[in-house]
Every structure is written in C-alpha cells, then in structure tokens.
Ligand binder design. Structure first.
Ligand code: HEM
Length: 426
C-alpha cells in the first residue's frame, strides 16, 4: 500500500491495528518500533497518520490552528445505515463541546466556564470524595477480596462527576452502560451487529442528557458546573450555546468519570505490580502526589488523542497533507526515552513524571486535571492506609477495545482480613 502522499507504507505500519489485543494490553509497547524507527507513519487500516514521539506530539498539541481538535469526538469507525437510522431516531446531535471546538469559539468558552475548576472551587468537593472512599472500602474490607472496578472505582468517580456537574444521582449501572457505549461509538470498532445496540444506548444517553438539562433550566440557581454554564448563557448566549450545553451534558459525564475511574484502576494495578513502590507509598503517603503523576505517565487512562491537519505540514520530517487525520499516541510519548530517562521503568520518585501528556497540552489541556488528581490522591491515601496488605489476584486483564479510553474492566485484589490495620466498624 501507499500513503496518501504516494510513498510506500512499511510492513509494520501496514499491520498496525489499534483494535488488536497488542495495543489494548500495552499501547506504548505496541508502537515501540515506531517510536524508535518510524515515529510518524500512515496506517492504511485506520486511515490515520500515527504520531508516536514526545516532541512531535507536544508540537501538535501546541498548534491548535494547524492541528484542529474538531475530530476529537468523531466516530473513528463510521457506522452503517442501520445504526445511523437508530441514532437519528433519538435526535442524536452530538456537536462541539470544548475538547473538539476550534478557535476562535473555543477560548472564550473555556474562559467563561473555568471558574468551577479553580483550586479553591475544587476544595469543596474533597469531603465528598473522602466520605465515598471510606464508605465504599467499609463495604468490602472484611471480605478479603474485591473487584475494585465493579465494587468501587467505577461508582465513586461517577458520583463525584455527577456532583461536580450538578446532575442528580441517577441509576449508576445505566450510566455505566451508556458511557461504555459512548466510548465504543467514538473510539471503538463495533462489529456491524453490535453497532445497532451501541447506537441505541448512545441515543438514550443523548435523550437522558437533554432531559437533565431541561430540568436544570427550571432551577439554574443550584450548584454544579452545568448550572454555572446555564447561568453564563444568559450573559454570553453566543459563547455558551444550546448545542454546547446539550453536547457537554453528555460528554461531560464521560469526561469527568470514565477517565478518572480508569486512571485509578490503572494506577492501582501498576502499584500492586510493583510491590516495592506500593510498600514505599504505604509507609510514606507524602509520596502519593508524585506517584499519581508517575501512574498517569506510565499507564494513563487516555492512550491516544486526535487532531486534523488544516494545511500541508511536516511532522518529525514527514510531509502530511491538509485534511490528514492524526492519531497522536500520548501513551507512547510518555514512554519516549528522549524525554524520560529509562522511560519504561516505573519510578514513583521520578522528578519529571508530571511532564506526561495524558491530560493533553496547550489550549485544550484537560480542565478537570486537578479534580482527577485530587480524587486519585484521596483514593490512594485510603487504600494505602486501610489495605496496605492487598495484592493482585491471579487474573487476565481485559479492556474495552478502542483507541483512547483505557482501563482494566476488572481489577481483582485479595488480602487477609485478619491483618486489617483498621476495622470497618471502628
Ligand atoms: C480535555 C484527559 C479527567 C474535563 C481533556 C483532554 C484529555 C483529557 C487528553 C484533551 C486535551 C487536549 O486536547 O489537549 C483526562 C484524563 C482524566 C480527565 C486522563 C482523568 C485522569 C477530567 C475530569 C473532568 C475533565 C475529571 C471534569 C469535568 C475535561 C474538559 C476538557 C478535557 C472540560 C476540554 C478542555 C478544552 O478543550 O478546553 N481531558 N481528563 N477531565 N477534560 Fe479531561
């Protein structure tokens, strides 16, 4: 095969398939060959140019005019007419939010909606995170085993996300199903028979978001980031549009909870796979903030992100034509030896761990990064204090096949409850 610019595609680039188990299990390892030998390549299977080195990816993030984020939430696998008809029947109209909005519309909207993310504003959510972390651990601490994803790591960030957004607590299982459908719809490759089922869940999620928004509009004085947006709309109707609010109502639930649930599961998996690091954290909790950064670097919950080239451009010496779609593999950037010494080594004391690109970079960098960090730090604090003796159970980890959202579907751990340092009923 040839690239759209008429160059031959190497055999490894031809074989690249991010929906395969190799990428799902370990994205930076799967593209190690590219990072080392062919850092920017065209993938005929995906129809995307794939960028794998730290400096190239940072340069792409830095220039959001040349590299538009408009395709960030586009379906990576176009769906067939049947699934499209299902989506249409729900009036599905997911459009620009923040993450996929171009300038000049993006920055005024980001500024208008930033205040609830300031450190002072985030402080008020800490007691809730702490209370939830304690209550959920209480539920299973005497059992000696748990699937941390099913029993805690999904619901706690979801509850915090709903609280932050101002959405009344809803059926958690339903929202979990909706969120996974949204991930598969956006970044996955559902088989034709799955597409319709996914479309139905996404359509229902869209309608649910619309209903919640309607209710909020009746009483926009309540706390919450979405109510804040509704109030801002009064003063800035062109900046905070109806389409934005409806799209964000749905995308926000996913952005705020699935990312954090996965990040915490990845972090605990990584720490328990490195018992020395885990023991150090249990003995010295002041290491937790840097350990969180190192977990986000080494095995973050977003593996890759997307941009669209708006003009002919060169990345890492490779000519890319206008209109090219880019898969920027941030998880690979995070393992780039040029940036991180001994990059594959997991080191909770690494001094530049925070340079990772898991939250993106530049104008669109994750607005919720400090909320996510705070949640992860509190959850790790509770686990290291109450379950320092837990270990991974024997298991094979599975992932929902997609390019971007990444975390184990289950995380089974075990411990001897007789050795619990602190009992649930105390
Ligand atoms: C944007 C990752 C948690 C809200 C982003 C982007 C990434 C990301 C990669 C795109 C950055 C770019 O294009 O440069 C993550 C990860 C999280 C997380 C890994 C958890 C560990 C959250 C939370 C919220 C949130 C808790 C809370 C609402 C947002 C928003 C944007 C964004 C609003 C769009 C910012 C803009 O385009 O201006 N996030 N995120 N995220 N994230 Fe997060």
């Amino acid at each position: 095969p040839l690239t759209p610019t008429g160059c031959p595609v190497s055999p490894r680039a031809s074989a690249f398939d991010p929906f395969e188990d190799g990428y799902q299990q370990d994205p930076p390892e799967y593209v190690r060959w590219a990072r080392e030998q062919e850092p920017v390549f065209y993938s005929p299977k995906l129809g995307y140019w794939v960028v794998t080195r730290y400096d190239d990816i940072k340069a792409v993030f830095r220039d959001n005019l040349t590299f538009s984020p408009s395709i960030a939430l586009e379906k990576i696998t176009p769906t067939g007419p049947e699934a499209n008809a299902v989506l249409a029947s729900y009036g599905y109209a997911m459009n620009r939010t923040l993450v996929n909005e171009d300038e000049p519309a993006h920055m005024p909207r980001r500024r208008a909606l930033m205040e609830p993310f300031t450190p002072e504003a985030l402080k008020q959510h800490e007691p809730l995170v702490r209370r939830l972390a304690r209550e959920y651990v209480d539920r299973f601490i005497d059992d000696g085993h748990a699937d941390l994803v099913d029993q805690m790591l999904w619901e706690v960030p979801l509850t915090v996300a709903l609280h932050f957004l101002g959405v009344p607590e809803e059926d958690m299982d339903m929202l979990r199903q909706y969120s996974i459908a949204h991930t598969v719809n956006t970044w996955g490759r559902p088989q034709p028979h799955e597409q319709v089922q996914v479309a139905r869940a996404v359509g229902k999620f869209w309608q649910f978001a619309g209903k919640v928004l309607e209710k909020m509009r009746e009483d926009p004085g309540n706390p919450g980031w979405m109510q804040y947006g509704i109030r801002k709309q009064k003063a800035l109707p062109e900046v905070v549009t109806d389409s934005y609010l409806h799209s964000m109502m749905m995308a926000g639930i996913v952005a705020a909870h699935e990312t954090t649930a996965n990040a915490t599961a990845n972090a605990l998996k990584l720490l328990l796979e490195h018992p020395d690091a885990w023991r150090d954290l249990c003995e010295d909790p002041s290491l937790i903030p840097n350990a969180v950064e190192e977990c986000l670097r080494h095995n973050g919950s977003i593996a890759a992100w997307r941009r669209l080239a708006t003009k002919d451009v060169t990345i890492g010496g490779v000519d890319i034509p206008a209109g090219a779609k880019l898969l920027i593999v941030t998880s690979s950037a995070n393992h780039d030896e040029r940036r991180f010494d001994d990059a594959d080594c997991f080191d909770i004391r690494r001094d530049n761990a925070g340079d990772h690109l898991t939250f993106g970079y530049g104008a669109h960098q994750c607005m919720g990064k400090n909320l996510a960090r705070m949640e992860m730090q509190i959850l790790l604090d509770e686990f290291t204090r109450r379950l320092p003796h837990m270990r991974l159970a024997k298991q094979r980890f599975t992932y929902v096949p997609n390019t971007s959202f990444r975390g184990p579907e289950h995380l089974c751990v075990e411990w001897d409850p007789m050795l619990n340092p602190e009992r649930a009923d105390r």
